[in-house]
Design a protein. Structure first.
Length: 245
């Protein structure tokens, strides 16, 4: 910009004590430095919300703790994945590629996906460390409908499975050493098949904090203890496919 067009703005900043001039060189005042430093997270937050204004306006953010909402700028550049009609039941390729190349996976999920049993069993057998927390109904469906995959996964030394007996605050949080995947309820409580994904390092740290916060809130129980308790409450229950010993 030419000097003439920028001078009015410089004058305003000098009048507001944000700039000082020393030997024809302008620098920020101490107040100006503080404001600029605080502008960075503000602008980063705007970038997060700019990915899809409609998405954030319709999402229920009340279940995300305040200390993380205040740092939502750490999500950085996000990608919103929404499958088309022809691929509604397929796992997005970006999600799958990142999962297959991850060394450690933390998953907090409230719903069942038919591709998950074989995916998680294969990953655990290939050396990926996995911590999975899900609902009672998902665990029962996993061990009753996919007994082979459930046994492979539950008995692997790389896997830990927990059962949540309380309503899960967030539909899905998956965080690995490669990416963060987040799925949120809409304001009316409905759930759409939309995934928010970020691969930035700060986003991964943010996602880990959210995962462990959810684990504390729901007070999960280890899967073996869950089935032992379930068997004691249902003495005639046929659970030969649900044995995790």
């Amino acid at each position: 910009m030419d000097a003439g067009s920028i001078q009015p703005h410089i004058k305003k900043m000098k009048d507001a004590h944000l700039l000082v001039e020393e030997k024809k060189v302008y620098r920020l005042t101490e107040t100006g430095k503080i404001i600029v430093e605080n502008l960075i997270p503000f602008l980063s937050t705007i970038k997060v919300f700019e990915i899809s204004n409609d998405y954030w306006k319709t999402r229920d953010l009340t279940q995300i703790p305040d200390f993380l909402l205040e740092r939502i700028d750490e999500l950085g550049h996000c990608e919103l994945l929404e499958p088309d009609v022809e691929h509604m039941l397929e796992t997005p390729k970006v999600f799958m590629d990142n999962m297959l190349n991850s060394k450690e996976i933390l998953t907090f999920v409230s719903y069942f996906h038919p591709e998950s049993p074989s995916l998680y069993a294969d990953l655990a057998e290939n050396g990926t460390r996995i911590t999975l927390c899900t609902t009672e109904s998902v665990i029962i469906r996993l061990f009753s409908s996919f007994p082979e995959e459930a046994e492979r996964f539950s008995k692997n030394e790389n896997s830990k499975i927990f059962v949540c007996r309380k309503p899960m605050p967030i539909p899905s949080v998956v965080v690995t050493d490669r990416f963060l995947s987040l799925k949120l309820y809409e304001n009316d409580g409905k759930l759409r098949d939309q995934l928010l994904i970020s691969t930035e390092e700060e986003a991964l740290d943010w996602g880990r904090e959210l995962f462990w916060h959810c684990m504390e809130v729901v007070e999960p129980v280890e899967v073996r203890a869950f089935f032992q308790d379930l068997a004691s409450r249902q003495p005639v229950c046929h659970m030969h496919n649900m044995n995790t010993d």
